[in-house]
Design a protein around this ligand. Structure first.
Ligand code: ADP
Length: 269
């Protein structure tokens, strides 16, 4: 849809004829709509923990005879909800910095095996707590990828964290990698044997605040922004992310990243 305004040509340009000022209002209104939805979503996401915090603090203030065990439980819940709000605000700041290109970002040669090992060792306690096997299976010879090591670590941590959260006890989470000679890309995969994602939800899981199961995401402390951040980071790397999933069997995310091209370094091809 194009909105057009017709105005007489100014005297300085001869005064005869007309200028047509047009702008694409469908794009404009789409953007306005997205912004409104986003603000509504953020408000809603903040409202829920705030309501819980307000409820419990009111009880603690009003009810002087509350027993010690309940007092401790309520204080813990308040703390948990405050943490949830912090995580949400952190994720929102990360997204906003990425959009304004103000997040530090460097491209260097990144060793995928080292990256995967570091993520697996950081997440090992959580996997163990959840009763899951977690392992990295990276080939011994793999090209370096071109990336920002901290941001790529964030991507893998997010994917492994999700894999752990959405996989029932006794399952397995595997981080693997392969290089594709034809495209020159390196694929890093995070695969789980978890609950899976229904086909109709797959196209939407990278949207901000989109969750397949709200209650489950909430129970696991998720902000609903993890995959939106992951996708954004991959795009900054000129890479892409794929997802395959079967309900009841598991999910695999594959992040494809360009190989690092040496310019005068020691690690030639
Ligand atoms: P959340 O904080 O809710 O985990 P994400 O943006 O990380 O938000 O993920 C969006 C949604 O995608 C999740 O709520 C969940 O429904 C689904 N999801 C993500 N990873 C997995 C996975 N490995 N297995 C099943 N569902 C997943």
């Amino acid at each position: 849809v194009v909105e057009a305004t017709v105005a007489p040509l100014p005297e300085t340009l001869g005064g005869q004829g007309a200028v047509i000022v047009s702008r694409d209002i469908s794009l404009q209104s789409q953007l306005d709509r997205m912004r409104q939805d986003f603000v509504a979503n953020v408000s809603h996401e903040l409202q829920t923990p705030l309501t819980i915090i307000r409820g419990f603090t009111e009880t603690l203030i009003d009810d002087q005879d509350i027993d010690e065990a309940s007092r401790t439980r309520f204080t813990r819940l308040i703390h948990e909800e405050a943490n949830r709000m912090s995580r949400l605000v952190d994720d929102l700041l990360t997204l906003s910095r990425m959009e304004h290109h103000s997040l530090p970002f460097s491209l260097e040669g990144v060793d995928v095996a080292m990256l995967a090992e570091s993520v697996v060792s950081r997440m090992a306690p959580r996997a163990e707590e959840a009763g899951l096997a977690l392992e990295a299976r990276i080939p011994s010879v793999l090209p370096l990828v071109s990336g920002d090591p901290d941001r790529l670590q964030e991507v893998l941590l997010n994917l492994v964290q999700n894999a752990i959260q959405y996989t029932p006890q006794g399952g397995r989470v595997t981080v693997a990698a392969q290089s594709d000679a034809a495209s020159g890309l390196v694929g890093i995969s995070v695969k789980d044997t978890g609950i899976g994602i229904p086909a109709e939800d797959l196209p939407r899981i990278f949207e901000r605040f989109y969750r397949v199961d709200k209650a489950r995401s909430r129970a696991s402390g998720g902000t609903g922004l993890g995959l939106a951040i992951v996708k954004h980071i991959i795009e900054l790397h000129q890479g892409r992310i794929e997802v395959n999933s079967t309900v009841g069997q598991g999910t695999e995310f594959v992040v494809w990243l360009p190989q690092h091209r040496e310019n005068g370094g020691t690690d030639g091809e």
